[in-house]
Design a protein around this ligand. Sequence first.
Ligand code: ADP
Ligand code: MG
Length: 330
Amino acid sequence: DAAINRIAAGEVVERPASAVKELVENALDANARRIEVAYADGGKTLIRVTDDGHGIAAEQLPLALSRHATSKIDGSDLLDIHSFGFRGEALPSLGAVGRLTIRSRAGAEGAQIAVAGGLTQPVKPTALSQGTVVELRDLFYATPARLKFLRSDRAETQAITDVVKRLAMAEPFVGFTLRDVSGGGEGRVTFRADPESGDLFDALHGRLARILGNDFADNSLKIDAEREGFHLTGYAALPTYSRGSALAQYLFVNGRPVRDKLLYGALRGAYADFLSRDRHPAAALFIDCDPHLVDVNVHPAKSEVRFREPGLVRGLIVSALRHALADAGH
Ligand code: ADP
Ligand code: MG
C-alpha cells in the first residue's frame, strides 16, 4: 500500500510548487480568508500552509489521509464541481513522499496527525486556533531518484511564488502571505496581499496592482464580454505597456489557474497587430462557463483544459480584446 501510494504520489507531487498548489487549494476549499505559505530551501526541507478555514474534526483526520477519501463530492457528477479538490489524493500523496503533519481545529479543540513513509501515527490533541496547519518536511527523502530531479532552491522558490501568485490572483478576497523561513525563525515575507474589497472588478484591480504592479493596473483595459455561454472578464495590458512576460499572463477557467496553449495563442492573436510574436502581452483573464463545456481535469497536476468548442473560446478572446483595444484608440 505504501508503495502504491508512492507511485500514485509522483503523479500529484512533482516538485515543491505542486505540493504548495494542493495545500493552498485545500485551504481555499475550506473557505479560508487568510492563508500563509512558509517554505525553506525552495520547499525541499519545509512547506507549511496555515489557514483560518473550517478545519478538520479530530475524528476526520485519519480519513483525510486515506486515498480517494474526499469530503468534496458525492460521486453523482464528476464534472459539476465547484471546489478545487475532489480526488482525495493530495494529502495521502504528500504523506507518501515526505514527513507530513496536519494540525487542525474545527470546533472546541485542535488535533494533529502525522504520517511519514506511509506510516500514520495516532491522532493526538494539540493547541491551535481555528483552521488548519499542514506541514510537509523533507519532500522526496525516501525517493532520492526524485530528489535528484528537483532544480535549484532558487528555481523551486520561483515556482512556489508563481503558484501562490496565480492562486492569489484567482482569489482576490483572500489574503495571502508567502514567507521564506530558510535558516529558521520568523523568516522573511517575500509576497503579501491583504484581502481586497469592493466588487469583483475592484478586487481584481487591487490584486493586479499588488501582483503585477501599479504600472500594469494603470495601463490595462477592463474586459467584460460574453458569447454563447462563455464569459470573459479581467484586465489586459495596453500595447504600450512594455513589461509583459510569460509570467505576467494569468489565465483562469472557472476560477482555476490554467496554462493552456489555446488560450495563450488567443491572447497573442489578439495583440498580433501591436506586438511582435516574441512579446507577451500581460493580462489576467477569467473564462467562466458551464462546467460541462470544459474538461479541467485532463491531468491532476497539469493545468491544461479541453474546451468542447475551442474555436468559440478563441474567437471570444480575440474579439473582446481587439474591441477593448480599439475602444481605447488602438
Ligand atoms: P481533496 O481536496 O481532493 O478532497 P485532499 O487529499 O487534498 O483531497 O484532502 C482530503 C480531505 O481533507 C479534504 O476532502 C478535506 O475534507 C480535508 N482537508 C484537507 N485540507 C484541509 C484544510 N486546509 N482545511 C479543511 N479541510 C481540509
Ligand atoms: Mg485537495
